[in-house]
Design a protein around this ligand. Structure first.
Ligand code: GUN
Length: 286
């Protein structure tokens, strides 16, 4: 029986440390400021954005939320981003994704000042991560790496399999694991014999968005399993619940340690967003 990795507890510790540092920075005259921009009214995005604002305030940050209608023009959105770039009270800017189809997502992201890009999605920060320069690292993979390293501080030579190749999770996760000298395989929907590949993973990161796709018999005994999936499934009588991309109960028997859903990676994402925003505030304050 493996260990349940408590992301909620770890996230609380990260947030407490961030709050302590934020108080010191505030005493020196800089209140860390986070601006969150949401376009449209996707309920899941609204929940995330509300949570980000709440956690930011709890850490002693100034939190600014900009809610734009789904029909907003790309030009108007870009103007808002430019205004936030020039606002000295703002140190971190997050534009919640996905954006409506008529808006070029990467153009919006690349308009954010790289120094305020606390999501780490600007092409400049992506490039820095890949070549190993200091920059902002995307929050979800950063949180995953903190959880992995708490289980296993030395990762050199381990085989890491990342299932999923998104810009938000899969690709930056692979870069982070490579930076730790893992042998990294990025798998995706076209990968052949995925179960066999997963069984060769010392570290398995699942980020595909398909409920319980990864079975217990896909896990190498003693592996560390990080489940990034957050899938809502119907349980009958109009009720639903959240499950990950991994069959948690089965995998728990085989793995050394595994993150649950909810309570694993999710809370770490927001904690890392606050950490990145604190770092941005410190750097911008000099
Ligand atoms: N949508 C889903 N995850 C994220 C994230 O980490 N950042 C932003 N901006 N949007 C998201």
């Amino acid at each position: 029986m493996g260990a349940r990795i408590d992301g909620k507890m770890k996230a609380q510790a990260v947030r407490a440390a961030v709050a302590e540092e934020a108080a010191k920075l505030t005493a020196k005259g800089t209140v860390p400021g986070l601006a969150v921009v949401i376009v449209g009214s996707d309920p899941a995005s609204q929940v995330y954005v509300r949570n980000k604002g709440k956690m930011a305030r709890e850490a002693g940050f100034a939190s600014f939320t900009h809610e734009l209608v789904a029909t907003v023009s790309e030009h108007e959105l870009l103007e808002l981003v430019r205004a936030l770039n020039n606002d000295p009270a703002i140190h971190g800017i997050l534009v919640q994704l996905p954006l409506p189809d008529h808006i070029d997502e990467q153009r919006v992201i690349n308009t954010i000042s790289p120094a305020k890009d606390v999501d780490g999605f600007h092409v400049q920060n992506v490039g820095r991560l890949v070549i190993g320069e200091r920059g902002f690292v995307p929050c979800t993979p950063l949180g995953c790496m903190m959880l992995i390293k708490e289980q296993q501080p030395e990762l050199a030579g381990l085989h890491a399999v990342v299932v999923g190749r998104s810009n938000i999770v899969g690709k930056p996760m692979a870069s982070l694991l490579l930076r730790e000298s893992c042998t990294v395989t990025v798998a995706h929907s076209r990968t052949r014999d995925l179960p066999e590949l997963c069984r060769s993973a010392d570290i398995l990161v699942a980020a595909v968005g398909r409920p319980r796709m990864i079975g217990g018999d896909w896990i190498k005994p003693g592996a560390i399993v990080i489940d990034v999936g957050i899938n809502r499934i119907e349980t009958g009588e109009g009720k639903s619940r959240l499950v990950g991309d991994v069959d948690y109960e089965k995998a728990l028997d085989v793995a050394a340690a595994i993150t649950p859903v909810p309570g694993g990676v999710g809370p770490m994402t927001i904690a890392c967003l606050l950490k990145n925003t604190l770092d941005a505030a410190r750097q911008l304050a000099g």
